[in-house]
Design a protein around this ligand. Structure first.
Ligand code: PGA
Length: 251
């Protein structure tokens, strides 16, 4: 299976900066032999610009959130149908910053994943434990609970999602999970996904949390790490391209 490298721009960018960043990524990608799958998850307001800039580039684009509702009186939200109008391929759901700052529960995240699938958008479902949870030995319980909510909501369609394991203590901190720590959690998630899905290995499981040019190859070399969700390093052309290059070499 090809690896997937997805950038998460978070609340960064501008019309001018996006143009420079995407031009750099497209130019670099053209030099990579049989590249992995690549996507950027962008602030929704830039969807029309990014759709134009990435047309026929081989780079997909995604949102960072999607409403659990179809349409109606939900001020500030964006529906899956609206995202689809801009050929949006992915939507992050349940990123830890959404869970933490917007109080998104496991059930709310599951409803968003279900709604995204209904509109033909692949949800990238983020799960991960806090530092306190890791230190008290609850990592597996927490990530399995977060994933179980999504499996409960989407059933066999779980084969159609992407899962991202992002330990909260590793996000934006420069403190990465070791390849062994990440693999240990990925193997548990894999077993849970295989049991719930109708297709062989189940969906792709990405690792996220301070993945960068220096540590990408080791993380991506683990048997159950199928790609990366990249925050800070996805905003720097050389760093993002190095991660893509590393991912493209491993099948
Ligand atoms: P980071 O962010 O790579 O900057 O740690 C990852 C994420 O939050 O998706």
């Amino acid at each position: 299976m090809k690896k997937l490298i997805a950038g998460n721009w978070k609340m960064n960018g501008s019309l001018a900066a996006n143009e420079v960043l995407l031009a750099g990524i497209k130019a670099g990608l053209a030099t990579v032999e049989s590249p992995c799958d690549v996507a950027v998850c962008i602030p929704g307001i830039y969807m029309p610009q990014v759709q134009t800039l990435l047309a026929n580039s081989g780079v997909a684009w995604g949102a960072q959130d999607v409403s659990a509702h179809e349409s109606g009186a939900y001020t500030g939200e964006t529906s899956g149908a609206m995202l689809r109008e801009f050929a949006c391929r992915y939507a992050l759901v349940g990123h830890s910053e959404r869970r933490q700052y917007h109080g998104e529960s496991d059930a709310a995240v599951a409803a968003k994943a279900q709604r995204a699938l209904a509109f033909g958008i692949t949800p990238i479902v983020c799960v991960g434990e806090s530092l306190a949870e890791r230190e008290s030995g609850e990592t597996m319980t927490v990530v399995k609970r977060q994933l179980a909510a999504v499996i409960h909501a989407v059933g066999h369609c779980v084969s159609e999602v992407v899962v991202a394991y992002e330990p909260v203590w590793a996000i934006g901190t420069g403190r990465t999970a070791s390849p062994e720590q990440a693999q240990e959690v990925h193997a548990v998630l894999r077993a849970q996904l295989v049991a719930a899905s109708t297709r062989g290995q189940g969906p792709r499981i990405l690792y996220g949390g301070s993945m960068n040019a220096a540590n990408a190859a080791d993380l991506l070399g683990q048997p159950d790490i199928d790609g990366g969700l990249i925050g800070g390093a996805s905003l720097k052309v050389p760093d993002f391209l190095s991660i893509i290059a590393a991912a493209s070499l491993i099948r």
